[in-house]
Design a protein around this ligand. Structure first.
Ligand code: 2IT
Length: 445
């Protein structure tokens, strides 16, 4: 690590000592940047790293709402507008009890590099709330979303900041949020992505993150002279991202043997079928946050309270939440013969896990592999601006091209800097260079 990077990292740790997730994300990126920092003294001169680790703006607000019993509830809402060097802030909203400023700063920081990799003009942002949608009625979710947007609407806009979904925020929530924005501002604009089809949503947006991560895995396998067909796969999660990945994997002839929820994991020795994939949507819509009912319905095994990384698989796709795969899990996967880990959740692997896996197996970092979701959000923004919509085939073809560009950019950049096959370094360097050059060109701002 260069002296400059060490200094910035020490400052970040001192200034944000109560933000472990944010520190983890910054350390993961900065620890790979030495080759470009050393070759480009203009970055240090312009204090690019110091500026990149400080969000341009953080909005934190009260979200009061009334539950079905008439009781007033109060949650905390946030929007972290991290970096707008290459486009309007862009990134999802997460509604989950684990949401803190640290979590949203790590997500906004990651999003900046991810969005840079997509080839589309989008800056980085993230937001959300500690609101827990589990067990809430539609009416409660709607009132919460309306209250959340009442404040958020002052800070976003189609050319300023365009939120979307993330954990706990899907089509239903985006619909309520959009309706409230439109009502408050008297404007019908593409201020959110992941919208319903009848009001400007893009085809393939729901599937995009999951499809994209599988396309990314295919391009990695191609480099290794292998095919995804016939590979045994363990997934975690059963939400939107895991669903999209499972669907594409089943279509391509991979054998998906595990999915998981907060309650444990499902082991389906025979491999998932399309019916199983469709049932994931029902599980999710039930709002109960459990995967167990899948077992009885499909004659599979439910393993309570454990993670799916103990099953024998060729490829693992963590698709749930940050730090869901740790160093011990990583060792277990490798001992069981796993040859590839495709991080699909944002920072799904702990630092220990990344260090162990990267080089031992083919390892895809989340900010490259999961970028298909925000990429199709970018395509939704384009369609909204043009006031037209593309067919599913067109969007899917563009998504595939974008995933190929991200793959090749990460692969080629790693090779250029003498780290062939290291997608972690390649993705960080490629994502960084574009944003850093834009910041240098725009002066001190
Ligand atoms: O983590 C992510 O990239 C997302 N949650 C999607 C963000 C978006 O703007 O579509």
């Amino acid at each position: 690590m260069s002296k400059y990077i060490e200094k910035v990292l020490a400052d970040v740790k001192a200034k944000n000592s109560n933000e472990p997730e944010f520190i983890q994300a910054v350390e993961e990126v900065l620890s790979t940047l030495a080759p470009v920092i050393e070759a480009n003294p203009q970055y240090e001169k312009a204090a690019i790293l110091e500026r990149m680790v400080e969000p341009e703006r953080v909005v934190m607000f009260r979200v009061p709402w009334v539950d079905d019993n008439g009781v007033v509830q109060v949650n905390r809402g946030y929007r972290v507008q991290f970096n707008s060097a290459i486009g309007p802030y862009k990134g999802g909203l997460r509604f989950h009890p684990t949401v803190t400023l640290s979590v949203l700063k790590f997500l906004g920081f990651e999003q900046t590099f991810k969005n840079s990799l997509t080839t589309l003009p989008m800056g980085g942002g993230k937001g959300g709330s500690d609101f827990n949608p589990r067990g809430k009625s539609d009416g409660e979710v709607m009132r919460f979303c309306q209250s959340f947007m009442t404040e958020l609407s002052r800070h976003i806009g189609a050319d300023t900041d365009v939120p979307a979904g993330d954990i706990g925020v899907g089509g239903r929530e985006v619909g309520y949020l959009f309706g409230q924005y439109k009502r408050l501002r008297n404007e019908f604009v593409g201020v959110l992505t992941g919208k319903g089809r009848p009001f400007g949503g893009s085809l393939v947006r729901p599937e995009a993150t999951g499809y994209g991560t599988v396309y990314f895995a295919q391009y990695m396998l191609e480099k290794l002279g292998q095919d995804i067909k016939g590979k045994t796969v363990a997934l975690s999660g059963f939400g939107n991202v895991a669903w999209g990945a499972a669907q594409k994997l089943v279509q391509l002839g991979a054998k998906v043997v595990a999915i998981s929820g907060p309650d444990g994991y499902i082991y389906d020795e025979k491999g998932m079928t399309q019916e199983g994939v469709d049932y994931m949507l029902e599980l999710r819509a039930s709002n109960n946050d459990v995967v167990e009912p899948y077992a009885a319905k499909f004659g599979a095994k439910f393993v309570k309270g454990r993670k799916p990384w103990e099953v024998k698989c060729d490829i693992a796709f963590p698709c749930a939440i940050q730090n869901e795969l740790n160093g011990d899990d990583a060792k277990m996967l490798v001992e069981n013969g796993c040859m590839m880990v495709v991080e699909t959740s944002n920072m799904g692997c702990t630092a220990d896990a990344v260090n162990y896996l990267n080089g031992r197996v083919a390892f895809a970092p989340g900010k490259a592999a999961n970028a298909g979701g925000v990429a199709v959000s970018g395509l939704e923004m384009s369609q909204n601006s043009m006031r037209l919509s593309w067919s599913a085939e067109e969007v899917d073809a563009k998504l595939k091209d974008i995933m190929k560009s991200i793959h090749d950019n990460a692969y080629d950049t790693a090779e250029k800097y003498g780290m062939k096959g290291n997608y972690v370094a390649g993705a960080n360097l490629a994502g960084f260079i574009k944003v850093a050059d834009a910041m240098v060109a725009q002066g001190v701002c």
